[in-house]
Design a protein around this ligand. Sequence first.
Ligand code: NAD
Ligand code: UDP
Length: 323
Amino acid sequence: MSTPMTKERRRILVTGGAGFLGSHLIDRLLEQGHQVVCVDNLFTGSIDNIAHLGNNADFSFLDHDVCRPLNVEVDEIYNLACPASPIHYQYDPVKTVKTSVLGAINMLDLAKALNCRILQSSTSEVYGDPIVHPQPESYWGNVNPVGPRSCYDEGKRCAETLFFDFQRQHDLDIKVARIFNTYGPRMDQADGRVVSNFIVQALKGQDITLYGDGSQSRSFCYVDNLIDGLIALMETPKGFTGPVNLGNPDEFTIRQLAEKVIAKTGSRSKIVVKPLPKDDPRQRQPDIALAREQLKWNPNIALEDGLEKTIAYFQNILTPSLA
Ligand code: NAD
Ligand code: UDP
C-alpha cells in the first residue's frame, strides 16, 4: 500500500517497536515522512524486525525497558510495549503487570512533561470471556481477576484507567485503541498465537494443535488494516479519546481457521485436539461502528487474502529449515 507523505513532519516514539505490530507501524510512519524513535527491551521483539531500517537517518533505536522512566524529546507517543501472546505474557506474569502498569505510568509522565499526544495499544482482552456479543466499547467485560490470563487482562485494564485519569487530571491528549486478534508477517513463529502456530505447523507437516473442540471463535484482522486504524485514531482531534475497537468483525471458529490453513498451504497435516487453556474466551467479535464512524476506517482485507500473504512470509523464512 502506498502512503502519502505527511504535511507535518513529527518525531514519534514507538514503544514495543521491535515487535510484530510496532515494526509495521514504524515502517508506515517513516513512509509518511516522520522521524521515529523505537524503544524496546527485545523481550519478545527482534532486531530482525527493524534491521532493514539500520541505515535510515530518520530512525533510531533505544534498548530500554518501559518499566523505567524515559527521557526523550518527541512530539507523539505510541505505547505498544507489552508481550501479547499468552505463552509470553504468562512466562513472567509479575513482569507483564509491571510492563503494562509501570510502562503506562512512565510513558504518560513523559507525555505530560512534553505536553504531547499519546496512544495506548489496549486489547480485546479487557472484555475477558465476553457475555455480550459482539463487543461494543460500552461493554465492561467479564474478566477473571485471579486467573492465568489476568496479568495481561488486568494490566491492560489498569493501563486504560491510568490513561483516562491522566486525561481527567492533567488534560492529557490521550487515545486508547482496543486491538482484536491481528496477524500477518513478522509474527514470531514461536510465540504460540494461533495463526502463526497453525501456518508453521502446516508448512512443516506437523500436527495442527486445536485447543478444545475448536468451536471457540475469534475475528482476525490483517496487520496492514490494523496499522491504518491506529494511525487514523492518532490523527483524530483532541478530545476524541476512545476507547475504540480495532479489529475485523468477520468471525471464524478456530476449527474453521485450521481447515483454511490446511487448504491454503496444501498441507497433509492432521488436526489433533489438545486441552483448552484455562479461561480461554469462548467468542470474540468487535463491534466497530465507532471506528467506522469516527475514523472512517474499514478493515477490508479478508482472512483468505491475509492468510495468503502470511503463509508466503512464513514459507520464505522457513525455507532453509524445510529444505
Ligand atoms: P509483540 O510481542 O510482537 O511486541 C511487543 C513488543 O514489546 C516486543 O518488541 C517486546 O520486546 C516489547 N516489550 C515487551 N516488554 C517490554 C518492556 N518492559 N519494555 C520495552 N519493550 C518491551 O506483540 P504485538 O502483537 O506486536 O503487540 C503489540 C501491542 O499490541 C501490545 O501492547 C499488545 O498488547 C497489543 N495487542 C496486540 C494484539 C495482536 O493481535 N497482535 C491484540 C491486542 C493487543
Ligand atoms: N489456539 C489453538 N491452537 C494453538 C494456539 C491457539 O487452538 O496452537 C486457540 C486458543 O486456545 C484460542 C485461539 O486459538 O482459543 C486464539 O489463541 P491466541 O493465543 O492466538 O489468541 P487469544 O486467545 O489471546 O485470543
